[in-house]
Design a protein around this ligand. Structure first.
Ligand SMILES: CCCCCCCCCC/C=C\CCC/C=C/C(=O)SCCNC(=O)CCNC(=O)[C@H](O)C(C)(C)COP(=O)(O)OP(=O)(O)OC[C@H]1O[C@@H](n2cnc3c(N)ncnc32)[C@H](O)[C@@H]1OP(=O)(O)O
Ligand SMILES: Cc1cc2nc3c(=O)[nH]c(=O)nc-3n(C[C@H](O)[C@H](O)[C@H](O)COP(=O)(O)OP(=O)(O)OC[C@H]3O[C@@H](n4cnc5c(N)ncnc54)[C@H](O)[C@@H]3O)c2cc1C
Length: 593
């Protein structure tokens, strides 16, 4: 009886939270099965295929992963080389790895865990290539788990992190699968080999969009866990004299420590709300897509790409700040932070390398900018592009939400305009379209980051203005929201100031406000991290444990080190003692010389 069934977990979200609690740090070797393989069967298979395979996946009678990346290609999907050639005689697809670079490489859990894969391959039928499509492929014998004949499978070796996931390689040698193992919800190959094309070729990319949305929540989870550890430790750790001759101060009372951690605490709350907002947008647009309405697909793709990249970059930088704010103990695995970092930093690469993802969003912004310049209507999230850039800030001492959102809108609109104008200037100089684009991508990346930053600030403000929250909580969350926005301006002042949007007095107001907010938040800092309610089992941290017994925990942790299993390590007998004896013999010899 499935433990989650016993506990009555019906929703996939609850089941995922349970899985993460069960394998909080090492990541589950079934994460891709539940998070990517099964949902893709549901969304990309025909109703008949879903009915056949999804129950097998959900009951773990079939365990799978998503095998797309190859040795030679990860980003450029259209360049993938694995082929799936239809054989009408046998009603089969023949999967093949025609080159060394076509070997599937990186797919999670393919090395030792799974018995099936969703394989992305170039579809050939009637002598014509129709681009990449997904195929369900059995890779191991269901009786004894041996590798199926015609396949070479193995592990790719040690990685920076992700130790709970056996990322592997897989090579096909004319490997045959039934025709009906092609996921045919959107595209089809008929018995006679005729190809029925999808309404949009990018529908096949749908699984990646879904995971990018999940990863925005992962960015929140990992950053907030590191923040919990660092803030709690900063409340316990006393070091140095803040007041000459006084007792050693809680390091959380140093303004520099507050400036490191409180904006990250605010970012954690901002990312939680952004992830929830992103998930709601995904749910709405993906259900439209499943009903055949593809109108908002470009907007979903652009938002998922941008937020996935923005949030993972910021989270990884923030987790490193949390680690360093814990001093030496932060560098120990006892803190729990190195594992958090090692497991999430891959998210800046997987599911779409962040720069590439940002450029996808930039491409969308470039098209929207042109539409806006023509006076065409724009989706609500993009309407800021038509902001009047001659307007100056009305920001006052109160740093109102309205003035902050206006500042972020102005900054993003201005930066998108700068990048688009450079692209247009490049074209006017006679550059080909792709060169004009490539020679403007650095400003486009900066503009896209500003676009994502605006989404997160505006989302935070909107939720605070719409949700019914008790006054005390609303006040603290408003402090966090203001800190997130003001800190973002202070840290990127050049981008906000380039066209004189703020005057000198307003810059001074912002610099004073960010420091004042640190003091406002200090009394509630521990309560704000406790509010995430992460159990000690999940944090796995001697520094961030709820009871604050840090030194006792560190001492016990150290004693449990395997090196302490023996007093004298074998290396003494094997290396140190022989070396010392050799030294003393040579010394005797030299003394005699
Ligand atoms: C509630 C339960 C929660 C469960 C959570 C469990 C989570 C478990 C998962 C654990 C998390 C992580 C584990 C790690 C797993 C990692 C897996 C992988 O890494 S899988 C491999 C990922 N690989 C990639 O992402 C590759 C990235 N590359 C691409 O996506 C494409 O190559 C791209 C987009 C860069 C370029 O594609 P292409 O060259 O085909 O298109 P163009 O650039 O020419 O654009 C043409 C046109 O298409 C539009 N487009 C592109 N992609 C999409 C899309 N996905 N959707 C919609 N539209 C798309 C593009 O915008 C262009 O439009 P146009 O109008 O012409 O401008
Ligand atoms: C931990 C981990 C788990 C993974 N799990 C899976 C999995 O389960 N299944 C799977 O199929 N894959 C998986 N992958 C592979 C992953 O999806 C790819 O590594 C990722 O898509 C990046 O592609 P790449 O490695 O080809 O990088 P590349 O694209 O080669 O990146 C190299 C550099 O080229 C730059 N670049 C590339 N294209 C452009 C461009 N158009 N414009 C500007 N710059 C560009 C990038 O920005 C980057 O700086 C995993 C990877 C990792 C690290």
């Amino acid at each position: 009886m499935d433990r989650m069934e016993e506990l009555g977990f019906r929703s996939e979200t609850d089941r995922q939270i349970f899985r993460e609690a069960a394998a909080p740090v090492e990541l589950s070797p079934f994460g891709l099965h539940s998070g990517m393989f099964v949902p893709t069967l549901e969304r990309q298979g025909t109703p008949e295929q879903s009915r056949k395979w999804v129950p097998l996946g959900k009951s773990f009678k079939m365990i799978g992963t998503y095998a797309q990346t190859e040795l030679g290609h990860g980003t450029f999907i259209r360049g993938l080389e694995t082929t799936a050639t239809f054989d009408p005689e046998t009603q089969e697809f023949i999967l093949d790895s025609p080159t060394l670079s076509s070997i599937k490489y990186w797919p999670g859990n393919v090395a030792k865990t799974v018995n099936h894969c969703l394989v992305m391959a170039q579809l050939y039928t009637q002598g014509k290539c129709h681009g990449t499509h997904l195929f369900l492929v059995q890779v191991r014998n269901m009786e004894d788990h041996t590798i199926m004949p015609g396949l070479e499978i193995g592990d790719i070796g040690p990685k920076l992190g992700f130790d709970g996931v056996d990322n592997g390689f897989m090579r096909f040698n004319k490997y045959r699968i039934p025709r009906m193992n092609m996921l045919m919800r959107y595209a089809k190959v008929l018995e006679n080999g005729d190809y029925i094309k999808p309404k949009n070729a990018k529908l096949t990319y749908g699984a990646m969009v879904m995971i990018r949305v999940f990863i925005v929540m992962d960015a929140f989870k990992t950053l907030s866990r590191a923040a919990v550890i660092a803030v709690r430790y900063s409340a316990v750790r006393r070091q140095s004299e803040l007041r000459p001759g006084g007792e050693e101060a809680q390091v959380m009372d140093y303004q520099t420590q507050q400036y490191k951690l409180f904006p990250l605490l605010a970012t954690s709350y901002a990312f939680l709300l952004a992830a929830e907002g992103m998930s709601q947008i995904y749910a709405k647009i993906s259900s439209d897509i499943e009903r055949g309405n593809l109108e908002d697909m470009p907007q979903l793709h652009a938002l998922a790409c941008g937020l996935k990249a923005f949030c993972t970059w910021v989270a990884c930088e923030g987790i490193e700040v949390c680690r360093m704010s814990c001093g030496g103990h932060g560098y120990s695995h006892a803190s729990g932070i190195p594992k958090i970092y090692a497991n999430i930093v891959g998210a800046c690469t997987y599911e779409g390398e962040n720069t590439v993802m940002m450029l996808q969003t930039a491409r969308y912004l470039s098209k929207c900018y042109i539409r806006g310049q023509r006076g065409e209507s724009l989706p609500e999230l993009i309407q800021y592009l038509t902001t009047d850039l001659n307007v100056k800030s009305t920001l006052g001492e109160d740093c109102s939400f309205e003035s902050l959102v206006a500042a972020y809108s102005h900054r993003a609109a201005r930066m998108v305009a700068v990048a688009c104008k450079l692209q247009q200037t490049n074209k006017k100089k006679g550059m080909a379209g792709h060169d004009a684009w490539n020679k403007s991508t650095v400003p486009f990346i900066a503009a896209t980051k500003a676009h994502c930053h605006l989404f997160i600030v505006r989302n935070f403000v909107t939720i605070l203005s719409q949700k019914k929250i008790d006054p005390a909580t609303h006040n603290v969350l408003s402090q966090l929201c203001t800190l997130y926005a003001v800190y973002g301006i202070v840290e990127n002042m050049g981008e906000f100031m380039q066209d004189g949007y703020f005057n000198q007095d307003q810059v001074s107001i912002l610099n004073r406000k960010v420091l004042a907010l640190l003091e406002d938040i200090r009394p509630n800092a521990v309560a704000l991290v406790d509010a995430f309610d992460y159990p000690d089992h999940l944090l796995q941290s001697c520094l961030g444990r709820y009871d604050g017994q840090v030194y006792e925990a560190l001492y016990e942790y150290s004693k449990s080190s395997p090196l302490n299993n023996t007093d004298i390590h074998s290396s003494y007998y094997n290396y140190i003692r022989p070396m010392m004896q050799k030294r003393s013999e040579s010394k005797n010899i030299s003394a005699k010389l």
